[in-house]
Every structure is written in C-alpha cells, then in structure tokens.
Design a protein around this ligand. Structure first.
Ligand code: SAH
Ligand code: DHB
Ligand code: MG
Length: 224
C-alpha cells in the first residue's frame, strides 16, 4: 500500500461516512490563503475526535494547538448547548484565522481561543482553578508533550479522556537515539504515560491523507 492508496481510502471514507462540509472546506481554504501549514487532522481523524468527544459525553473540552481551528470545529460540534471549548495557540496569526473559521462554523460563542505559549496558558488555568475538562486534545509542539500531559492531569478529573496527535511520526518514535526534539518529546511522552498510574492508555497507528502517524489515547483512572 502506498500513500496514494491511503489517501484514496480516506476519500472513500469521506464519501461514505462524512460527506461534503461547507464550513470545514471553507476553513481549509482560509488556512491556505492565510499561509498556514496543512498540518490539521484529516477529515476522518477530525470526525473520530468528534465521535470520541461525544462518546465521552464531553461538556468542557480543552485543545492545545489550534492552528486554523479545523480540529476545534470538529470538537465543538460534539458539545451540548451549554458546552464550552478552550483552545490554546502560540501564533496570533493562526488564532486570527481560527477565529474567523470558528465564527463561520457557528461556534464563536462556545470557543475561547487563548493566544500565547500553551504552558503559560495552562499554568494560568491551573492557578485559576479552571476545569475540570472532560476531553483534552493535545496537538501543539511535540517537545512539550510531557508538560502538556502533566497539565492535562491537573485540569482533568477521573474519567477525563486525553488524546495526543502525532505520536508515531512514520515510525520515528522507534528511534531511541534521535536528535529530533519532536521524536525525543514523543518518546518522553510514552515513558511518562507508562509511568503514570492515573492513566490507562494505548496508542493507535493511522495511515491516510496525513501519511503514517497515530494517536495516543488515555483515560484518567479513579483513585486507587
Ligand atoms: N489541532 C490543529 C493542528 C495544530 S498544528 C488541527 O488539527 O486542526 C500545531 C499548532 O500548535 C500550530 O498552530 C502551532 O502554532 C501551535 N503551537 C506550537 N507551539 C506552541 C506552543 N508552545 N503553545 C501553543 N501552541 C503552539
Ligand atoms: C506537525 C504537527 C502536527 O500537529 C501535525 O499533525 C503534523 C505535523 C509538524 O509540526 O510538523
Ligand atoms: Mg497534529
């Protein structure tokens, strides 16, 4: 199987199970026009995040790494009427594009974009006693993933779902001697999750329009 076949299968999945989507198509066009990198989750992955958030009954969602808000929109669609989503983004230009996309999709009233280094935003949220969040999606700078995991634990509760994107990187995760900080950060994440009794976790490899990568999935266990 080649990348072309993976993309063709993603197209088949979209044709059958997802369909045309004006707001998300417009978001991707606005992202491109704004010069944002095309590193959003795929449509099939976005719908998976949406379904996971619904399965979790999420009313409060936290996202780390907004980009143009493509995954944000998928997640916001999982929220009930009184639900809220906080999404953290370093780059003010990305946040501006995302704000527009999220408004077009009809979620300006439910989504709060906070601009700045996510570590600072998360520390402020912990200090302010925000949360608990029911569903947390981590998809920003990979070297910070252990710090984001620690913050997710502080901002979650028993039963919170934590999903981390890009944990396979075309198998790069296996390279124990990598000098790529993203690989090192991903491997450190696996070590941290493995050593954390409060989490039950797995990782699932994916292929498709976004090549060979994968998600780490975890749930916060109750007190033991
Ligand atoms: N979740 C998005 C993709 C996010 S791409 C989607 O699927 O649609 C990763 C984003 O993380 C980029 O927009 C990047 O600017 C942002 N980012 C990188 N470092 C960051 C940091 N330290 N704090 C917050 N956001 C950061
Ligand atoms: C990159 C980041 C992502 O979140 C992603 O899904 C793909 C690539 C990157 O930084 O290269
Ligand atoms: Mg990603």
């Amino acid at each position: 199987m080649s990348d072309a076949a993976w993309t063709a299968v993603d197209d088949y999945i979209v044709d059958h199970l997802i369909g045309a989507d004006a707001a998300l198509d417009a978001a991707l066009i606005a992202n491109e026009a704004g010069g944002l990198p095309a590193i959003d989750v795929s449509a099939a992955q976005g719908k998976m995040l949406h379904l996971l958030a619904r399965m979790a009954g999420a009313r409060h969602i936290l996202e780390v790494g907004t980009l143009g808000g493509y995954s944000t929109i998928w997640l916001a669609r999982a929220l009930p009427e009184d639900g809220r989503l906080v999404t953290l983004e370093l780059e003010s230009h990305h946040a501006d594009v995302a704000r527009g996309n999220i408004a077009v999709a009809g979620f300006a009233g439910k989504v709060d974009i906070r601009v700045g280094p996510a570590i600072g935003s998360l520390d402020a949220m912990i200090a302010a006693g925000e949360g608990p969040f029911d569903f947390i999606f981590i998809d920003a700078d990979k070297p910070s993933n252990v710090a984001y995991l620690r913050a997710a634990l502080a901002l979650g509760r028993t039963g919170t779902t934590i999903v981390v994107d890009n944990v396979i990187r075309e198998g790069g995760v296996l390279d124990a001697t990598s000098d790529d900080d993203r690989i090192r950060g991903t491997r450190a994440l696996f070590e941290a999750v493995a050593a954390e009794p409060r989490l039950s976790a797995t990782a699932v490899q994916t292929v498709g329009a976004k090549k060979w990568d994968g998600f780490l999935l975890a749930v916060v266990n109750g007190p033991v």
